[in-house]
Design a protein around this ligand. Sequence first.
Ligand code: GAR
Length: 215
Amino acid sequence: MIRKRTAILISGRGTNMGALISAAMDPSFPAEIDLVISNRPDAKGLERASEFGIPTAVVDHREFAGDRQAFEAAINDVLKEHRIELVALAGFMRILTPYLVNAWSGRMINIHPALLPSFKGLATHERALEEGVKIHGATVHYVSAEMDDGPIIIQGAVPVLDNDTPASLAARVLEVEHKIYPKALELVACGKAKVKGARVLSGSQPDDIQDLIWP
Ligand code: GAR
């Protein structure tokens, strides 16, 4: 099996990155993690990636003085240097322009801590509590030019409990993130997550995902 050369883009602690790296340590996993890029030199995830022996690069957005296309061109150059085929955004906190999104159309995925299309943007757990939703969760989707938009590959749901705080809810959602992101990358890398219009018709069977859904 030829495994897809995959890069992970991060801005912070990189726990989702860690989940993807762990899954890809299985030689039968259809993607291998060949590169981690951070836009922040102090991102904790960079150390974590190095501990796993994965090459890392920093493309610091502050060095581009607001020129977003130049920032993205620099990222693209590093991706090309490493002959990357798939990109997984994992807590990468920069809004991308159509320049990079279009260059990687169908080959770039993102994880968002909410059940899209609800709660796009930031502070998703706070807003879920404010709105009083009873089910919350996380989504992995193909990246499109709109923020937190694009065909949904997989979702995982958790209950919202009466005594939840944003932190307790975030922790419950994060556990689900760590399950669904490797599953989504697997589906994409082996070509099963096919986009049809606005939807992804994936090869994922109910059995594969039943433990991602509560109750
Ligand atoms: C995760 O909860 C991820 O879903 C979120 O940032 C966190 C990163 O944590 N991403 C977004 O909010 C993107 N819109 P991690 O660095 O531990 O993976």
